[in-house]
Design a protein around this ligand. Structure first.
Ligand code: ATP
Ligand code: MG
Length: 395
């Protein structure tokens, strides 16, 4: 196969021979090679000193090695590519949904056995030059089938439910009959609630990044997965909204927040500050939407739209086309500043041009000036000064 001519693979093989360890190509990249996809980043598994192997390989590739001893994994980053390297491992699931305990091992077959689906559970022995395929993964790949390796798979790790759907839709594969029965059973028996929100969010983000994410979400919704986790399903129309946001090149993190909004997720303790803020603003938007659709005066447009942060405005802009004109106006007028600033107000106070103005009211008067300017009512500094005097006399 062509990948053996790749300089990184040649270097990795040389190094493994020198250190007298076994080395295998595994995981997604190997699967993708069999699917004739372009593969730039490889997944390797070794049975020797990972730190040593990773650092030496990084040195030879003029890259760097990031080592995670607690997971028995590491990553060599070179140019803009990377190679994931792991020690052969077994995983023990002490509780459904919890992260497994990782144990280093010597046997590649045991390592393959803990994997999710047959199409991800074969290896290529780079030294012996042969395929190791104990679960007929290559056959399943040819027949376009997603199949788990053992009956408890979805119970041990319910994130595999998301993964099954992700791979099935990405490659247009079918989930094998028994696998699908077990998948549905794990959903029905609420195993999804055993995984942390953090892990669920990770899976949802992986899906959002996929080209066919809409098909995947539709499938998740039909299987009742959202309902189980969020007590709310995702309608076809809501998925179209997410698609629209993505097509508009809105960053994935923001599309993800909108997804949480649609799913009615309102647990502040779990959300990041930015996520919480955008969701609150979207809730507020829903309340004032009708007013926004009617507003005409530029100063009112400014006041209403200034309650939204940049991310929220982006979402509204994409999804609410009748509001686009107003948002564009808002974007322009928000840059308008009064000619007078806080320093000058202070001077006016010192020179007793104005009285009765406390520093805490500075922002109020400056906003007042800004709104007047937005309305085109103040043409120059003199007019602004007059307005300040008038305002302070009125208060
Ligand atoms: P992708 O193309 O999306 O990266 P991948 O198959 O490479 O797909 P990764 O998440 O990168 O998936 O994981 C690499 C390999 O690790 C998988 O091919 C699979 O063998 C194994 N794996 C990952 N997640 C799990 C899991 N939850 N349970 C079992 N094995 C897993
Ligand atoms: Mg991968």
């Amino acid at each position: 196969m062509d990948f053996k001519k790749q300089p990184v693979i040649i270097k990795a093989i040389e190094l493994a021979k020198r250190l007298n360890i076994k080395i295998f190509l595994v995981g997604g990249p190997l699967r993708d090679l069999f699917l004739k996809k372009r593969v730039l980043d490889f997944d390797l598994a070794i049975d020797g000193d990972l730190k040593k192997f990773g650092s030496l390989l990084a040195e030879r590739l003029k890259g760097r090695f990031i080592y995670h001893p607690q997971f028995l994994t590491g990553k060599v980053i070179y140019n803009s590519n990377y190679i994931d390297i792991a020690h052969l491992r077994d995983e023990i699931y002490e509780q459904p949904g919890a992260l497994p305990k990782v144990i280093p091992i010597k046997d590649i077959v045991v390592d393959l056995k803990r994997r999710d689906f047959t199409i991800n559970a074969f290896a290529y022995d780079l030294l012996e030059d042969k395929i190791i395929d104990p679960f007929s993964g290559i056959d399943d790949l040819k027949n376009r089938i997603i199949r788990i390796l053992h009956e408890r798979s979805f119970i041990d790790d319910p994130t595999r439910i998301f993964r099954a759907i992700r791979f099935a839709k990405r490659f247009n594969f079918k989930i094998e009959r028994k696998t699908l029965i077990l998948l549905k059973r794990a959903i029905k028996e609420s195993y999804l609630t055993t995984i942390s929100y953090q892990r669920i969010f990770h899976e949802l983000n992986l899906i959002l990044k996929e080209k066919k994410f809409d098909k995947m979400f539709f499938s998740l919704s039909q299987l009742g997965i959202f309902k189980k986790i969020f007590n709310k399903s995702l309608s076809y129309w809501n998925i179209q909204k997410l698609k629209k946001l993505k097509n508009f090149k809105i960053p994935i993190e923001i599309v993800f927040i909108y997804l949480l909004y649609l799913l009615n997720f309102r647990k502040p303790e779990i959300l990041k500050k930015e996520e919480r803020k955008v969701i609150e603003e979207l809730d507020y938007f829903k309340k004032i939407k009708r007013r926004l659709l009617k507003v005409k005066r530029r100063s009112e447009i400014y006041q209403l739209f200034s309650s939204f942060s940049f991310s929220t405005l982006k979402i509204i802009y994409v999804l609410e086309s009748p509001l686009r004109k107003r948002i564009k106006i808002y974007e322009k007028i928000k840059e308008i500043r009064p000619l007078i600033n806080g320093k000058e107000l202070k001077k006016m106070l010192e020179r007793k041009i104005i009285k009765n103005l406390k520093e805490k009211d500075f922002s109020k008067i400056l906003l007042h000036l800004k709104l007047k300017r937005i309305e085109g009512k103040l043409k120059n500094k003199e007019e602004e000064i007059k307005e300040v005097i008038r305002w302070t006399q009125g208060h």
